[in-house]
Design a protein around this ligand. Structure first.
Ligand code: EPU
Length: 345
């Protein structure tokens, strides 16, 4: 049985704490519930909006749609050998708790991704990544409900088209609803400690437990706790530009932090660009860029989506003027009908 609620405030369900009243809302604990809720939305001619941990979304103040709040639980061992373990995890599990559990069990790979907000089911969507690891590397398959075929399907990692903050689930958001994720993790640790000053932070204790601990410490030292300073993590993607444009930029700004990519492209640290325009710790009204990490936008008090737009568009403008680079927001923008909108419209 599903219980549809009306006029539900989503402020506590999105980490930017935007006021957003949804006309219809339902919590989804199983695939059966999901199918029943989609049928209801069809009957009522409502769009449905998938809400997971709410840590990567921008919501308007009124939403006329059915919010499907994903809450499928469970961790099931699918295969266990001396080298690896395969586990199928409900999309509603809290990501950070899941990472802590894998480390405790001696299952390795995800330690660099500790403390990322959100739920397991959202992790493949933008292929969450931090400190040199992207989740796609450790995913075997993603179980989805395919709204076109009206069946559940397992999408193998190779078909997920994982890339930097990107996957097939971002390209086709109205088709697939993620219900479970199957991970393949290592039994023997292979530490990934080459990002930034991670190696130095680890000192002599080269264990996965210490790696996880250091990642947590670094994140806590730079990134605002969403409970205290509502935010959606990095607000912009790190821009990727071609080598020729980059060489020109480098002559003007030799300090620019950058990372070589495939196909003669270079990824630039958006946080640095924003910092250089003087936006670190600066606000317009109640929305500003965080004082310790300029890439993180914070809602300091009761901001609306329009307030957020005001600030981030001003940041975009300043960066464009100084570096001739267009920053692209990372979180997903929804309209009042619960549909995903492009930021450039
Ligand atoms: N920098 C500045 N000023 C700032 C912020 C950064 O000069 O205010 C410089 C840093 O000194 C460093 C460089 O920019 O040289 C990169 O900074 P950092 O290592 O903090 O990482 P980032 O590129 O800003 C990315 C991810 C984060 C992830 C970290 C660590 C994106 C958009 N962001 O941030 O992911 O935690 O690397 O791997 O790729 C997220 O996506 O929500 C997120 C937090």
């Amino acid at each position: 049985m599903i219980q549809i609620q009306q006029n539900v405030q989503l402020k506590a369900f999105n980490t930017l704490n935007l006021n957003a009243i949804a006309s219809h809302y339902v919590k989804i604990d199983s695939i059966e519930n999901l199918i029943a809720a989609l049928d209801f939305a069809d009957q009522q001619q409502l769009n449905s909006l998938i809400l997971s941990g709410g840590s990567n979304m921008l919501l308007p103040e009124q939403i006329h749609a059915l919010i499907l709040h994903m809450n499928i639980q469970g961790v099931e061992i699918v295969e266990d050998t001396a080298e690896h373990i395969k586990i199928k995890v409900g999309g509603g599990q809290i990501w950070h708790d899941f990472v802590l559990m894998t480390t405790e069990k001696g299952w390795y790979g995800l330690q660099n991704l500790a403390l990322i907000p959100g739920l397991v089911g959202a992790s493949p969507v933008q292929n969450i990544g931090a400190y040199g690891v992207e989740v796609g590397e450790f995913i075997e398959s993603v179980q989805v409900y395919d709204r076109l075929e009206k069946t559940t399907q397992d999408v193998l990692a190779i078909d997920c088209q994982f890339a930097y903050r990107d996957s097939i689930f971002k390209h086709d958001p109205n088709r697939y609803i993620i219900t479970h994720v199957t991970f393949q993790l290592l039994k023997q640790p292979q530490l990934r400690i080459h990002y930034g000053d991670l190696k130095a932070a680890m000192a002599d204790d080269l264990t996965p437990e210490n790696l996880q601990k250091q990642v947590i410490q670094i994140r806590k030292s730079k990134l605002p706790d969403p409970k205290q300073y509502p935010n959606v993590g990095s607000f912009f993607k790190n821009p990727v530009i071609n080598q020729t444009d980059f060489d020109q930029l480098l002559t003007k700004f030799p300090q620019i932090p950058h990372y070589a990519q495939a196909h003669r492209c270079v990824k630039i640290a958006a946080g640095w660009l924003i910092d250089q325009t003087g936006w670190k710790g600066k606000k317009i009204g109640s929305v500003g860029m965080f004082e310790k990490q300029a890439l993180v936008l914070v809602n300091y008090a009761n901001a609306s989506l329009n307030d957020v737009k005001h600030t981030y568009q001003a940041v975009q403008q300043d960066v464009k003027q100084k570096f001739n680079i267009k920053l692209e927001p990372e979180p997903v923008l929804f309209d009042t009908n619960g549909l995903i909108r492009s930021h450039s419209e």
